[in-house]
Design a protein around this ligand. Sequence first.
Ligand code: AHR
Length: 573
Amino acid sequence: MFDSRASRRSFLRSSSLAAAAVALRGSSSLAQSTQADAYIDVMPGEPIATISPEIYGHFIEHLGGVIYDGVWVGEGSKIANVNGIRKDFIDTMKAVEAPVLRWPGGCFADSYDWHDGLGARAKRPARAGFWGQQENNHYGLHEFMHTCKAIGAKPYLAANLRTEPARDFYQEIEYCNAPAGDVPSNSAAPAAPNALAAERAANGDREPFNVDLWGVGNESWGCGGNLTPEEYAAEFRRYTAWTPSYSKDPLRFIAVGPNGNDLDWTTRLFKALYANPERRHLWGLSVHYYTSGSPKNFAAGDALAFNDDEFYDVLTRGALMDKVITDHWTAITNASPNAMANERSAGFGVKLVVDEWGAWYGKGTQLAPEYNLSQQSTMRDALLTGITLDIFQRHADKVGAAAVAQSINCIHSLMLAQGDKFCVTPTFHVFKMYLPHKGAQSVRAAFTAPAIPNPMGDTPAQVGGNSYIGQLPPVKTLAGLSGSASIKGKTLTLTVVNPHLTKPMTTEIAVRGASVTSAKGTVLAEKDVHAHNDFAHPEAVKPSAVTGLNPSGGKLTHTFPPASVTSLEITLA
Ligand code: AHR
C-alpha cells in the first residue's frame, strides 16, 4: 500500500500537470487502496513563490451603479458614509483586506480627463462618459484616494492613453506624487514649490498620494484605441520614456495585455517592446479574462436561472484561467528569451496582472436598468472565485497582482447596493476565506480526483472584446477537486473547491515530510447552487466552521461537501 502511494506521488511529481487539479485515475483504482474518493498530496519541499498580497485586488469603474451609488453616496446622504463614501463599501473592503483598488476604468479610463474631477464639486463639469452615461465628476481623484486610504488599499490608476497626451500622463503622476512645499531642484536653481503639488494641497491633500501602480491605457486593442500590438508598444514607450520620480523605488507601469487568450497580441507586443532596449519601465502585463455565462455568446446566459450543464460549463471555462496564465507566461518568455531569462534571474521579470476577471452574464438580474452590467451572484460564482484564486496562488511565480471586475453593483461583485439597501455576495465570503494565503509561500500540491465531464464542452469559449481573437478551445472536463496550498511558519493553508453538484468527496490529505497535528477550517456550501444573497435575505449564503477535523497517523481525512469552497488551516509538526 505504501509503495503504491509512493509511486503515485512520484508520477504526480513528474507530471507536468501535477500542480493543477487533475483527475489522473478513475475512482475505482483509488478506492482499492483506501476508502477515499480523492487525494491531496502537499509538497512543502517544492516551493513555488511567495503569494503576492496584490492578487486579491479590486476594481471600480464609472459604469452604471458602481461609483454612483455603489461607492459614492455623497456627503449629505442619509446613507451611512465617510466623507461621502458608502460606509458599507469601506467596511466590506476592509473585511477582505483589499490590498489594491483599480480606478477609473476599464473602458471609461481612455476618455476620462482627470482634471474634471478636481476642485469644488458643484463647479465640476458634467460630460459624456464611456458607458453612455452623463458623468457629473463628483467622484474624482481625491475622492478615490480617500476611498483607498479609508480601506487601507493601494491605489492603482488606469491612465488615459487614447485621448490624453503623454504630458497629461506624467503630470497626473506629478499631481499625485510630488511633495508639497519646496522641492530640491537637482540643478543650480534654488528649491521651489511644485505647482501641481500646490494645486493638490489647495484641493485638500497636502500629503502626496504616492501612487506607484500605473496602467498605461486599457484594452488598447479595443475600446482603448483599436491599436495593433506594434502601435501600442510605440505608445507605451513614448508615455513611459520619462516620468517624474519622487521615490527611490521605480513606478510600476502595467502594459495593456491580451483579450482572453490572444497570444498573437502578447507575442507581438513583447517582440516590439524588447526590440528596443529602453523598455525597462515595464513592471506588469495586464490580462483580462472574463467567463461568459454562455459558451456561444459573450456576456450572455442568466446569472440566476441555469441548469446543471450550464453550471459545469461556466466553471470549466472559468478554470481556463490556468491556461491563459501559462500560455501568456510562455509567450512572454519566448518573445525575447535571453532578455527575459536575465531579468527573471535578476528578480525583476515582468509579472502578469490579471486586472479584470469574473463571470459575465447577460441582462436579466440587474438592480435596475440604470445599474448597467449589474448582476446577481450565486454559489456558482463563489466556486468560480475559489477556482480562480487557487489558480493565481498556484501561479504565484507568475501573477504579481489581480483585480476582480468589479467590486460592487457589477459583473462579479462582492457587494450589491441600491440606496440604503446593501448585501454582500457569496464571492465576498470566498475572498475572506482565502486571506490566510496572503503573503504565504505557495507550495506544490497534487489533487487526484475523478474528472467531471462538461456536457457543453464542444464550443470554443468566447472572451469578449470587439473580435473573437483570444477565444479559447472547447474543454470537455472539469477537475473533480481543485485547490492550492501555502505555508507560513507551521501553518499550511489549503483551499479546496469541490464542484460536483451531488457528490461529497472524502479526501485523504497528506503532507510530504510533515505530519498534521490539528486543523480548523471554514466552508461555504449550499444544497442549491442557485443560492444567493439579496437585500431581503442578506445572509442566505454564509460560511460556517468545518467540524470533525481529526488528524490521524499524521494525515487528515476530510469530506468536502458537494458544490463547496473550503479553507483549511492545518498545523504541521
Ligand atoms: O469591466 C467592464 C469592462 O470590461 C471594462 O470597462 C473593460 O476594460 C472590459 O472590456
